[in-house]
Ligand binder design. Structure first.
Ligand SMILES: [Cu+2]
Length: 157
């Protein structure tokens, strides 16, 4: 083996260690979660939002051409949402503004991610996967309300 090949292999191995270290740092130190594909749940056709604990909710969200259901979600500040996402037709994308959540909506499959809304405000979500003629209309919003005004509307879809 030529000396330059050994150097290239050594540098490649070193770069792999750097990348692997970066991923481990993100996963452990920064607590970045990786989206999960749920395999033990039947794909659903209708959206559902219900409370599972004092500050926790489960949201089953459906994407289809060209809307998300629900398109508006109201929750009190501090809510943690277990979000399950599926698609009824083709692949769509789903991203919530200012939150670390980015999922694909895949027909016949369910993707899962947990998100916590720790500041009040209105956060848009949109499809980020070009899915056809009205892709640009595929959006909605999450409205996070202060505790005092949201007590009676919590969980409303
Ligand atoms: Cu779409």
């Amino acid at each position: 083996m030529d000396k330059s090949e050994k150097i290239a292999l050594g540098l490649s191995g070193f770069m792999l260690l750097i990348f692997f270290g970066g991923i481990m740092y993100a996963a452990i130190a920064e607590d970045i979660e990786v989206p999960t594909c749920i395999t033990d749940m039947e794909p659903f056709a209708t959206d559902t939002l219900f409370q599972t604990g004092p500050d926790t909710y489960e949201l089953q969200m459906v994407a289809r051409m060209w809307a998300f259901q629900p398109s508006e979600i109201r929750l009190p500040v501090g809510s943690t949402v277990d979000l399950y996402l599926t698609s009824q037709d083709i692949m769509h994308g789903f991203k919530i503004e200012d939150h670390n959540l980015n999922l694909m909506a895949i027909p016949g499959a369910i993707n899962y991610m947990r998100v916590t809304f720790d500041k009040p405000g209105t956060f848009l979500f949109a499809c980020h996967e070009f899915c056809g003629a009205a892709h640009h209309t595929m959006a909605g919003r999450v409205i996070i309300e202060e505790r005092s005004e949201s007590a009676e509307t919590a969980g409303g879809v």
